[in-house]
Design a protein around this ligand. Structure first.
Ligand SMILES: Nc1ncnc2c1ncn2[C@@H]1O[C@H](COP(=O)(O)OP(=O)(O)OP(=O)(O)O)[C@@H](O)[C@H]1O
Ligand SMILES: [Mg+2]
Length: 292
């Protein structure tokens, strides 16, 4: 099986120049206790289940009475579409939040699911990668937006784009932790060293608190021997960081977005929906067992 290899391009904003602010001086955040836990869902590889995991984990958390906020940080806007938010209803979104300094409170859109809001994205966000370069505190824009909002949410889940550019760096700088979805396929681990190095570099320079929350195996097919081999390989590599819960490949999961619904709403009894409910339960249990 493959050892983690490189090949993916690395963070331009991070590699090219030093951070725009000293590492020891991140913007102060609200007092502990009132602040939501911020989780970046990241993997620069495309199509591994980042958006599906963001949508359904957030929905599962909301179902357990946790208030959740999804931030769609991908210009593709799949998380926004996956909640059925029409493009015409996306007025202020992540572009305005990051580039224009819009207040987070003005960007919140209810998803229709109790306790679950979203900040939507639009194609404008594609230009933000470039526009951010010239802005002050370019790596801290999302962190600053979150810090200056008084949110009532327990969790913020950030759906990252499939790249390690400044949008993903903004997510990593804003986050307490990073959740990495890994698709059970032959090249699953390829390029992951770029992601882990980026997380380490952000930790050293921009956000000392960021940790790897965990790795979640997605699109697992138990009839496929390769899925089992990949799962064993990933567990070998990441050990206890890999969630016991595995998300199966399930057609209901892939159908749900075209109905503008999380699979938990589209078909609660499906194996995919049940797996995301388990994942949320496992995550909450792991967090409770962490030292305070
Ligand atoms: N468990 C699953 N079973 C079946 N299909 C799935 C599953 N998880 C995700 N998919 C499908 O796989 C495709 C990629 O998933 P998703 O969009 O979540 O990946 P992504 O990492 O966000 O992609 P991108 O990098 O483009 O943002 C989608 O069509 C999605 O519906
Ligand atoms: Mg996506």
């Amino acid at each position: 099986m493959t050892a983690p290899a490189d090949g993916a391009s690395e963070t331009p904003g991070l590699e090219a120049e030093p951070p725009s602010e000293p590492a020891s001086d991140p913007e102060p955040v609200a007092a502990a206790g009132s602040r939501p836990r911020v989780i970046a869902v990241a993997n620069q590889k495309g199509g591994v289940g980042k958006t599906t995991t963001t949508i359904n984990l957030a929905t599962a958390l909301a179902a357990t009475q946790k208030r959740a906020l999804v931030i769609d940080l991908d210009p593709q806007g799949n998380a926004s579409t996956g909640f059925g938010i029409d493009r015409r209803a996306r007025h202020l979104g992540t572009y305005e939040l990051l580039i224009d300094g819009a207040a987070l409170a003005d960007c919140l859109v209810p998803t229709g699911i109790p306790g679950l809001d979203i900040v939507t994205s639009s194609m404008d966000l594609a230009g933000a990668e470039i526009e951010l370069v010239a802005l002050e505190r370019r790596e801290y824009r999302l962190r600053d937006a979150l810090a200056s909002a008084s949110l009532t949410h327990d969790y913020v889940l950030i759906d990252c784009p499939p790249s390690l550019g400044l949008l993903t760096v903004n997510a990593l700088v804003a986050a307490d932790s990073v959740l990495v979805p890994l698709q059970c396929e032959f090249y699953a681990l390829e390029g992951l060293s770029s992601l882990t190095r980026t997380i380490e570099r952000v930790k050293r320079t921009l956000n000392p608190e960021v940790e790897l929350q965990g790795v979640v195996l997605t699109m697992f097919d138990k009839r496929n021997n390769l899925s089992n081999l990949v799962a064993a390989d990933v567990r070998d590599h990441f050990g206890a960081k890999v969630f016991d819960t595995v998300i199966p490949r399930n057609v209901r999961v892939s159908e749900a977005p075209s109905h503008g619904q999380p699979v938990l709403i589209y078909d609660l009894r499906s194996p995919g929906a049940q797996a995301y409910i388990h994942l949320a339960g496992e995550m909450l249990k792991r967090e409770r067992s962490l030292p305070a």
